[in-house]
Design a protein around this ligand. Structure first.
Ligand code: UN1
Length: 499
């Protein structure tokens, strides 16, 4: 299918994809695929006002009714899965199955949220006073801004939106400037769900396209009580304090520098498969990508040689072709950053395997690279930084305690894992003195998390949680209620205050 056909199938009008000020380029070959209009910062107050008035209505609908909209959204996403997946491939450069997998995550979170819409449970609490009852209720918060990154251009919106909607909150979405088309396509899909739903308020789901000034308007507005931002730690350092300053709530999902410990007892066949998928999948551009391999000295040589062999046969190229496993990096600047990190790694004593620009049989104009495997003498400065590219640093260890210390010895804290068949090591890794990350796995790689769990991490990853488990509580306000059904007015803590 040509780009024009695909965009047409997804419902784009010609006027929406031409004549705008924002140039959209495909990472596949760097060619311009559209020029879209940007939201002017002066429009932001009215966008926010619109969201506030949608909130005034939406919060009054029973949560299971709100869930119905999300159910319809899930249905529309199922119908559009192939086309939206193909657009993710075109605009973000993901291979076909990863583009589809991303849309599957959207469908899954919708299913999850529909069930959740009947389960926004609060506690009943024992009161210390006779004839009294205490309970907790969860109430809608208000507009939720979603600031998302290029690498999961649609899924991150859906994790936030599906939950926010059932929780009673409208959403204002600012996608990455690199991926406005997939965002526009999502709004068209959502539009169909809204039409079938019938009585949803205008402005329940809004999209704003543009640069940092648009994001700043959302971050600064006290009428946007929740800001969920996914991206770099640098971005989070700006967003976090600004939202905090006005006592808003931020949900931050920032950098990751994810590690795998491979113990002597590990099933190496499984470990190799997990390593390759999580280190080079999505061309190393997931927040959860594997970036550090901490291998027991006794198996280091064997593992590195198996990985070098596996890396040598990886098909790199046009992500639309079915045999490709590694598509392009998002742009040339990203490739430059990868090359600079590899230079630094060499200067810090590393031996680099692979890691060169790749030009054989790939579309011209794309930033293709052979993934890099880098033997490091230790956890040097470059290893402690997140480089959004397929670079895997390999380090050795002697004791499990040392391995855990290396795993935890970076500023980021998103995802982590251990490959071991030794249950003492596995349990230690998951214990209070084990991994300090938001996600810790055993015999499974750090990436490709399911939506059912809470997603996010600690330290410079920002501390936010999205997606499954009780992450929905981040989109609601908790209210503690005490009800007196007696004819007395006893005070708490036994205080006497007779008037
Ligand atoms: C991200 O890279 O921002 O766990 C999210 C994963 C995906 C989500 C990644 N489910 O790899």
């Amino acid at each position: 299918m040509t780009t024009t056909d695909l965009l047409q199938k997804l419902g784009f009008e010609k006027s929406e994809i031409s004549g705008g000020t924002l140039s959209v380029r495909s990472p596949i070959d760097g060619a311009e695929i559209a020029r879209v209009a940007e939201t002017h910062v002066a429009e932001m107050p009215s966008v926010i006002r619109q969201s506030q008035s949608a909130f005034a209505e939406w919060r009054q609908l029973p949560a299971p009714r709100r869930g119905e909209l999300v159910r319809l959204l899930g249905e529309e996403l199922r119908a559009a899965k192939d086309d939206l997946g193909a657009l993710v491939t075109l605009e973000a450069g993901k291979i076909v199955s990863e583009g589809l997998g991303e849309v599957q995550e959207m469908i899954d979170i919708c299913d999850f949220a529909v069930g959740l819409s009947r389960q926004l449970y609060g506690l009943t609490i024992a009161s210390e006073r006779p004839g009294h009852r205490m309970m907790e209720t969860w109430q809608p918060m208000g507009p939720c801004a979603v600031i998302s990154a290029f690498n999961f251009p649609v899924a991150v919106w859906s994790w936030n939106t599906a939950l926010a909607l059932v929780c009673g909150d409208p959403v204002i979405w600012k996608p990455s400037e690199k991926t406005p088309l997939t965002a526009m396509a999502c709004m068209k899909i959502a539009e169909r769900a809204l039409e079938r739903f019938g009585d949803a308020p205008e402005g329940l789901m809004q999209l704003v396209i543009g640069g940092a000034d648009i994001g700043e308007a959302l971050v600064a507005s006290k009428d946007v009580p929740i800001v969920s931002a996914t991206g770099s730690t640098r971005m989070g350092r700006i967003v976090g304090p600004k939202v905090a300053e006005r006592f808003g709530r931020s949900i931050l999902e920032l950098g990751g520098n994810n590690a795998m410990i491979v113990a002597p007892s590990a099933d190496l066949d499984m470990a190799v498969r997990a390593i390759v998928f999580s280190a080079v999948g999505t061309a190393g551009q997931r927040c959860t990508s594997l970036r550090r391999l901490i291998v027991h000295h006794s198996i280091r040589e064997e593992l590195v040689s198996r990985l070098t062999r596996a890396y040598a046969s990886l098909p790199i190229g046009d992500p639309r072709q079915s045999r490709t496993l590694i598509g392009p990096l998002v742009d040339q600047a990203s490739r430059d950053r990868m090359m600079a990190a590899l230079e630094q790694a060499k200067a810090e004593g590393g031996t680099v395997h692979g890691g060169r620009p790749f030009e054989d049989g790939v579309p011209r104009g794309g930033a293709y690279v052979a993934p890099a495997l880098v033997d490091m003498p230790g956890q040097t400065a470059v290893v402690r930084e997140e480089t959004f590219a397929p670079i895997l640093y390999v380090m050795g260890y002697d004791t499990i305690e040392e391995a855990i210390a290396i795993q935890n010895g970076v500023p980021q804290g998103l995802s982590s894992c251990i490959f071991t068949l030794n249950m003492r090591e596995a349990e230690l890794f998951l214990s209070a003195v084990g991994s300090d990350c938001g996600i810790a796995n055993v015999n499974i790689g750090p990436s490709g998390a399911e939506i059912g769990g809470a997603f996010g991490g600690e330290k410079e990853t920002g501390g936010g949680r999205e997606s499954g488990s009780d992450a929905w509580k981040g989109y609601m306000r908790r209210q503690t209620n005490t009800l007196n059904y007696s004819a007395e007015l006893p005070l708490a803590q036994g205080v006497k205050f007779d008037v």
